[in-house]
Structures are given as C-alpha cells and as structure tokens.
Design a protein around this ligand. Structure first.
Ligand SMILES: [Zn+2]
Length: 171
C-alpha cells in the first residue's frame, strides 16, 4: 500500500506523541524542551512516530539544548532501533533551525549517518498559547528537517495524525 504519492519522505506524528510533546513544552516553557521521537521508518524513508520521550536539557537554556550523553545512551538501549528523531522547542519563538541546529543536523545525519528527523516546536508557550492550544501542539509553529546525503538541509513535510500510534504501511 502506497500511502503518499510524493517521493519526498515525511514525518508522521501520532496523537500520543503530540500529547507528550504538548505536555513537555508546557512544563518546560522557559527553556528548550527536548527529547526523542520513537517509532519506525518505512521502506520509503517516512518516519512514523508513536511516542515522544522527554530528555534532560543539560544546558537548561531558553536558546540552546544539549542532551546528557549517558541519558541518551540509556534511551538507545531501552528503545533499540526505535529512535527515529529528536525534537526540541524554541520558547523564544524563533520558527526555524538555528545555526547550531543546522550544524547538529549535518553532523548527525550526514557525518554520523543517523537518519534522525528533527522537529522544532516554536513558542512562546505563554498563557495566550495555552488558551488557544486546547491541549495540542497543532497551533504552534512546527517545522521538521532532515539532512540527506549529498544534499542541503531539507524541510520535510509534517503530518499530524489522528491515530494514537500510526503504523508504517506493510508492503
Ligand atoms: Zn533549535
């Protein structure tokens, strides 16, 4: 079953993951919330995300995030082969990848050869946001990236699924 006619890979976020992301950005509204996206990749290279798990931002900063390497390793062992990407928030509202983000994406995707999708959720996550959000991230500016081999950084289409945990199509 072919889900998408367009050959460009996309990031599908399930409902459960969207809710976890909303909780995290709301609870850490003053710093960059960050974590991992868990799921599977299909044969066309689309990312299917079932869960999002928050990780510590050791930088504890509104403009920067850094994972604790030990915590990330623990997650890799706990969810072998299931980490499909990472997310972080921009509580200041900057609605695209920073230069630091771009450098990280290139390093991980191209140099390290890890096919993570990158999701950025932009704020501000203030009272106004909470009022119009109704418990979802759908009203926040969302942007996703991937840095393919021999190519510039690409924005990837993002789909907010109504399914709790969408599954990749079986071929
Ligand atoms: Zn960033």
């Amino acid at each position: 079953m072919k889900q998408f006619s367009d050959a460009r890979p996309r990031l599908v976020l399930g409902k459960r993951a969207q809710q976890a992301l909303f909780t995290d950005i709301s609870q850490r509204a003053q710093i960059e919330a960050c974590g991992i996206l868990l799921g599977a990749m299909d044969a066309d290279g689309n990312w299917w995300i079932e869960e999002a798990r928050a990780l510590t931002n050791t930088a504890d900063s509104p403009v920067y995030f850094e994972f604790d390497p030990a915590e990330l390793l623990e997650a890799e062992l706990a969810y072998p082969g299931q980490i499909m990407g990472v997310y972080h928030s921009h509580p200041t509202g900057f609605p695209r990848a920073s230069n630091t983000d771009r450098a990280n994406m290139q390093r991980v995707n191209q140099q390290e050869g890890i096919a993570w999708a990158w999701l950025i959720i932009s704020g501000p996550f203030d009272a106004d946001f909470q009022k119009r959000a109704h418990g979802t991230i759908a009203t926040a500016p969302l942007i996703a990236y991937f840095h393919p081999d021999n190519h510039d950084l690409q924005r990837i289409p993002l789909i907010l699924s109504e399914d709790d945990a969408p599954l990749p199509p079986t071929k």
